[in-house]
Design a protein around this ligand. Sequence first.
Ligand SMILES: [Zn+2]
Length: 435
Amino acid sequence: MKSISGLLFWGVLITANSAFSQKLLLKNGHIVNPATEEITNGHLVIQDEIINDILQEVPATFEGEVIDLSGKWLIPSLNDMHTHSFGNSGPGNKSQLLSTVGTAKMMLYCGVTGFLDLFNAEDYIINLRNRQRIKGLRGADIYCAGPCFTCTDGHCTEYGIPTRVIDSPEDARREVSALAEKNPDVIKLVYHTNGRMPTVNKETMEALIKAANEHEIKTVIHIGSWQDAEEAVLAGATALTHTIKKEIPHKLLKLLKQKDVFMIPTLTVHSGLLKISESPNFLKNDLLKNVTTEALLAAYEDSSLFGTHAKHWLDRQKSQREIILRNIKKLSQNGIRIMTGTDAGNLGTFQGYSVHTELALLVEAGLSPWQALAASGTVPGEFWGKSFGVQPGDEANLVVLSASPIEDIRNTEKIEMIIHHGKVVDREKLIAVQK
Ligand SMILES: [Zn+2]
């Protein structure tokens, strides 16, 4: 009884909301469509959080708000498909604690309307996500894994956040069933066989993916080698995350394509620190400054704070750069669906801002700006089974830019306006506390 009356209550609210829903006309914009790789000049009509129509002529009368986008570019909003939304880490433990609530605001400020948290305190993040879906919550849309499935003493146990530990197929089935009741958006598993920490064995990995598939929950598998990747894909994984510093085998490329697996390579976590050290203006970027603190950025400028851990990361990033970028190009050339994910929360990454770095890295790897925009804008929609994009029927999540992202992918940082769930976002409010 309780749940039925609850449903009725929300039903009434939703109806009431749509009765007041406003129409929005974005006229004269250059509409950049990564799905067709075309730029069209037109007038986009938004109603009830959906792109309703693209008109060739401006209507004589329009009941609703009209915004003139003359000389501006309109792209699908961005998504970060791999993050840890507590905040940002800096050298010398100079971190910026945002919590997921604050992270969601910084994300949205950067044009990122959705993010997938791949390990956080389970009940905290799932409850927050549920609250957002029912009541709304300022900031980007939260998707989450909840815990990170790993073995005893495996990767993810070192952060002091309780997680789900599985050491056998029985453990995997039991823990997946228990988590399934809380409706996670994905299940995240660490399957990293050649690392310094122990990992689940092959049978446990297979049992976890099978159980998740039976519960119809997507899986994102953290891999440590191409062999791990092949085994996880054969077990039925939905997506793989991270990339490997060895040449990707041709056989695996064929398999990834055949099984239609999504890749979340997280180039930013593999080369973010290097980008900062090589680009003197990186830390002076206004968009970055607006979503971080002076103390955090100062820590990145202070080489005395770069301990052995940071130096080790930097050396590793240098040695891996070429091979990693070459693998991404091969993935793209073989038609594998790539999504932007930053692994923000780690050193050299910034919540929200790093999605722009990830886009630039994808282009550096050899993807076209169109393919990069698809990786952040439309492909995540395919992953979620939703329509993300700039066509009629797509969800009205858009970013307006002052310059063409096709001419230069770094122009995604030149944000003029953000539309989220069909409404213009008050960006200054998002960073009000921050400043
Ligand atoms: Zn991660």
